[in-house]
Write a protein that binds this ligand. Sequence first.
Ligand code: IPD
Ligand code: CA
Ligand code: CA
Length: 266
Amino acid sequence: MEVTIENQRKIIEIIRSCGAEVRSVQNVESQDGAIAVKPGAANFVTSFDVKVQNTLISRLAALYPQARFFAEEKDNDGSCFKDAYCFVIDPIDGTTNFIHDMKHSAISVALYYDAKPLFGAVYDPYMDEMFHASLGGGAFLNGSPIRVSGRSLDTALMLFGTSPYNRDQYGRETFDRVYNVFMKCADVRRSGSAALDVCYVAGGRVDAYFEDILSPWDFAAGLLILTEAGGMITDYTGDLPKTGEKTSVLCSNKLLHSEMLQLLNK
Ligand code: IPD
Ligand code: CA
Ligand code: CA
């Protein structure tokens, strides 16, 4: 199974046009009925998340009529991945940033076949940065090849996520882990978009990223972009994340992976 260059180009074009719509939106909070609450702490969805998701699904379905969809703002079924093409979609990753006009959010789309990632793209419409990768084909930023960094722990810049919607369960442990990592590296950052965090490791801007609990759509595309760029992704036990399941995630430039696992599990 492979995604032809022509189909890669078409998927990227669909994502770009949705990105233009995301970029054009400002001040969501002032728009009547635009924000709804989801289960969990400070977990919001906007009408734009739903609109972008619907546009992506209808346009991608026209390209791959046989595909199934595993997407954040709909009901999903793990069987989506079995013996079929499955698009894994986060229509707006970084919804809290989006609501606050922080201009650091992304559209994330991955195409799997039978639980194997074939293609992934993550688009930051504000920076006009399109990260993409195909299985065995390498990873790219706006068409140029990208590669993870070669930094060691003492000079490393680390990203972390706060698992905000599950803070009752993970908040304390998250900040204990951040403290342990912070004391050994150059500095830490918190961006608000997991999909971009993974891509920033892939592009060598930062050297590792970790978060206690993510959903499949947060990192499905980033996973392939990172591994094609020479990086590594596991859960906190060092195992590969299970396709279609919620999981802890550690992404790194590979060199740092075992030291980071030790620090996260200290
Ligand atoms: C969230 C963002 C955030 C991460 C959360 C994700 P959403 O995705 O990626 O950075 O910390 O774990 O759920 O809800 O904005 O799509
Ligand atoms: Ca997300
Ligand atoms: Ca989202």
